[in-house]
Design a protein around this ligand. Structure first.
Ligand code: ATP
Length: 354
């Protein structure tokens, strides 16, 4: 389903706002290649430059330097309406006085498509977003989730090569947002259209995307499949922004690393002092004295329903969090002050770039 052809390419993009000393570089030398048919997410905290990059792809703005290519053609200076690209905004931007069907037809009519084609296309889109019974309702009479579906159908109707989505689900409540995440993913797979999705919600990004670009302060920190980014975060920013992470430090000799408690683990990393990360679910708590386990004491336990977090003190001043199943789910019951052993899952300790 996912071909390897590049749909959208951003080359060395710089976007500065303002002049001289007060200039802000919203994007500072950003390059990214988004593949044909891919669900690609720009993920990062507020102000990192996600929307700016999306606006440059849409053509609402031009970069200070660098190029935007679409299917290999330079579109950097092409106006938005000349690009085979459509955008869905957080605000939906529907026409409240028009019906659902009229809203969906709008873009097609603007393109001067024949009436029969418009009718056929609107019917197909109504079926795709499961709003056939609502076709004749005014969009002002719809729920937030239904309005979002209309906005999606309207943007998909002209069959754009790329659909840009700027936090399209953030106005919805949590339950509806989860439903729409599944819906969006289905729409993307059924249409095969390249989606470029902007969010600051890491869970949303992990569940929906084929690949994610993690951004901060105008830079791309890492690009990869959700699993790569989660299990192999490139640096401290990515490790802390995505999921929960324990940060440790150690001394590397190139093939092993020595932790502050004297434990030696196999790890290929540059020699010297290094920063390390490990996910809480990769920290195993075992009975004290277990072969190969590091001695530890339970400092506190925090119950999260099916999971419990164990805050552990190790020798050498190491504090680490382990996540395990709660006792009702089959995990061992642990008490504050209890002596335990800790084993770091093989291969789970990660050397960070900085
Ligand atoms: P959010 O999640 O809050 O929308 P974002 O990651 O999409 O954030 P951008 O909207 O791309 O971030 O903004 C990146 C930076 O550029 C911010 O520092 C912002 O203040 C600045 N910026 C964006 N647009 C303009 C503008 N038109 N004029 C001046 N500065 C701008």
């Amino acid at each position: 389903m996912t071909a390897t052809r590049t749909a959208v390419e951003a080359n060395s993009i710089v976007k500065a706002f303002g002049q001289g000393a007060v200039a802000i570089k919203a994007l500072d030398n950003v390059s990214v290649q988004i593949k044909q048919g891919e669900f690609f997410t720009l993920l990062g905290p507020s102000g990192c430059g996600k929307t700016t990059l999306l606006r440059l792809i849409a053509g609402f703005d031009t970069p200070t330097s660098g190029q935007i290519l679409l299917d290999g053609t330079d579109i950097t200076h092409l106006p938005p309406n000349k690009r085979p690209v459509n955008t869905v905004f957080q605000s939906y931007a529907l026409f409240p006085h028009l019906t659902v069907a009229e809203n969906i037809a709008f873009g097609l009519q603007m393109q001067g498509r024949p009436k029969a084609e418009v009718t056929e296309s609107v019917a197909r889109m109504l079926a795709l977003v499961q709003l056939e019974p609502m076709a004749k309702r005014k969009t002002s009479q719809l729920s937030g989730g239904q309005q979002q579906r209309v906005a999606l159908a309207r943007a998909l109707a002209p069959s754009p090569k790329v659909l840009l989505l700027d936090e399209p689900l953030s106005a919805l409540d949590l339950k509806l947002r989860k439903e729409m995440q599944i819906e969006l993913k289905r729409l993307q797979m059924e249409t095969g259209i390249t989606f470029v999705f902007v969010t600051h919600d890491q869970e949303e990004a992990l569940t929906m995307s084929d690949r994610i670009a993690v951004m901060s302060a105008g830079h791309i920190q890492q690009i990869g499949a959700p699993r790569d980014i989660y299990t192999r975060p490139a640096n401290r920013f990515v490790a802390s922004f995505i999921g929960e992470t324990n940060f440790l430090s150690g001394q590397s000799d190139g093939t092993t690393v020595t932790l502050a408690n004297g434990a030696i683990m196999p790890l290929i990393a540059p020699q010297g002092r290094i920063n390390l990360a490990i996910r809480p679910e990769q920290v195993r708590v075992v009975p004290p004295g277990t072969d190969g386990a590091m001695p530890a004491r339970v400092a506190s336990t925090v119950y999260f329903g099916t999971d419990t977090h164990l805050h552990l003190h190790l020798e050498g001043g190491i504090d680490i969090i382990a996540r395990q199943q709660s006792p009702a789910q089959g995990g061992a019951a642990m008490e504050k002050g209890e002596d335990v052993g800790v084993i770091l899952a093989e291969g789970a300790l990660q050397a960070l770039e900085d």
